[in-house]
Design a binder for this molecule. Sequence first.
Ligand SMILES: C[S@@+](CC[C@H](N)C(=O)[O-])C[C@H]1O[C@@H](n2cnc3c(N)ncnc32)[C@H](O)[C@@H]1O
Length: 323
Amino acid sequence: MPVSDEDFFQRTLQFHENGARLQKIDPECVDEYDDHSLLKLICITYWVGIFIPIANALRFHTAYVDSMAGSGVTITKKGHILCGSCPGAILSAMDKRHPFELAFAVEKNRARAETLTERLKGIAPTKIMVYNDDILNVSEEIARHLQGTMAYIVIDPEGFEGMTWAGLEPLVKCKGDVMLTWFESDAWRVKCAAESPENKSAESIKKRLTELLGTEDWIKTTSEKELTQLFVQRIIQECGKKAYAAINIPRTDKRNSYLMILFTGGGSGAQHRVDGWKSSIEKRVTSAHGQGISTLLDIKAGKIATLNQWIPKEEKESMKQEM
Ligand SMILES: C[S@@+](CC[C@H](N)C(=O)[O-])C[C@H]1O[C@@H](n2cnc3c(N)ncnc32)[C@H](O)[C@@H]1O
């Protein structure tokens, strides 16, 4: 029986109570983003639920890699506490009764890395290593640890920070799947900055884009979408990925939405699986609950009326029909 949006989001919010528990370890050290980060976290953890049983059924050793991991707790601008991607993915696999055997988290900010280490300590039975380093310095070492595993790799930068091919390629080439946050508008802004005669850093920005995208073809792109395609195609062609799907995540301020792009290396039915992930999540993101995620979080925090009062009438009717 299909899970209603109401149940889906109730369960999701319940899961994120882990965030409040983890925040008690070093309460001041949190990552601050907007309420829509919850939709990003759903994209990441939902794929755990598809990836991990398949990897186990195929008898692979399993690993999770969070290449830009943060502190393990996100607090939204309105004060809602969420469980960050790294503990979130590891706990989701445990919920599915298929824990990852190994997990690697990389965070270059020392305070966040130290707090993340403490927050992950109580999580068993996954063997977890936290690196306080730049992903550029440690991706090859981590890739060596991933030999013989099926890995789920999450690359979740802020804008373009840390996005270098040299840093990402060793991980993206590993056997398994990759979830990447791609800031399409930011990428386009970087391209425009590289081409601006007034920009004194234009030469170094050009080099950066060419390093990330592999050729100077980015100069010929005429839209944000074309630029994104260059990057996506490089990953598909050079890193052995078989299929991909992308979901647009809106932001509270309605500007600068970003994409969650899932790449899979996985055998037969690869496109079907990533399309399934996309349609399941898009349905939630575009539902009244997903669009009103800020309101849902307020309801959960007891700041406003009950869920039942808030859900629009049409959605209640369609939920009744589904059930
Ligand atoms: C968007 S946050 C990650 C949030 C996390 N994925 C979550 O949802 O809980 C990006 C993090 O990457 C870190 N970072 C940025 N550049 C990095 C790099 N080159 N290597 C490692 N970490 C980096 C930042 O300090 C920041 O904490």
